[in-house]
Design a protein around this ligand. Structure first.
Ligand SMILES: [Zn+2]
Length: 130
């Protein structure tokens, strides 16, 4: 990756990182304390669902932050490796890097990883039935 593009991606990564940090963790709603006083059978499952959505978002955020930190480290230490696919060592498409400057694999390898189950994917459930 050339120095100009690296500098540009570095800027993007830094602002993305700051954005994620500034947003902070999504607050997980506490269990309602008035549930005993006003028993509501629908309330408990709903709260549990909200909690699990919030914690999975926090997990995604933590994973993204870790990927951003890794990409920044790579740009600083080994800039010519940045933008190259970790698996097939081909350059990652510029468009993909602009959209997701933290990625370390190309689309094909990302899909392959997901098929192999190396990366949790939203499509995982579908492929389980193949
Ligand atoms: Zn690849």
């Amino acid at each position: 990756m050339d120095a100009a593009t690296c500098a540009q991606m570095r800027e993007r990564l830094l602002s993305l990182r700051d954005e994620l940090i500034a947003k902070g963790k999504e607050s997980i709603p506490p269990a309602r304390t008035d549930a005993v006083a006003q028993p509501d059978e629908d309330e408990a499952p709903l709260t549990e669902m909200t909690q699990s959505i919030a914690s999975s978002r926090n997990r995604e955020r933590a994973q993204k932050l870790a990927a951003i930190r890794e990409a920044l480290l790579l740009i600083d230490e080994d800039p010519e490796e940045y933008g190259m696919c970790e698996d097939c060592e081909e350059p990652i498409k510029r468009r993909r890097l602009e959209l997701m400057p933290w990625v370390s694999v190309c689309v094909q390898c990302q899909e392959k990883r997901e098929r192999d189950g190396r990366v949790p994917s939203s499509r995982r459930n579908l492929t389980d039935y193949r």
